[in-house]
Design a protein around this ligand. Sequence first.
Ligand SMILES: [Zn+2]
Length: 84
Amino acid sequence: MPQCLIPGCSNNGEHNLAIRCRRPDTSAIWAPNSEAFLCNQHADQGYRIEINLVPVAARSITTVISAGGIVETRTTAIIHRSVE
Ligand SMILES: [Zn+2]
């Protein structure tokens, strides 16, 4: 079980953070999980989430997530198209 991302928390990270790009019909073009996890205590405390999109033209999504401590990075290929 991964550890919670919040600095100083030694709880198991049971809840995985993910990000999604939805089509107008709400289906996903991409929705990769990240390598970041939160424990029960920290999953529902509330957050301000800052998103910085950096175009890479590689048909992949790389998530880089931190809560001020460890930086968790994961790259996932984009399988779907914006219109299918
Ligand atoms: Zn925690």
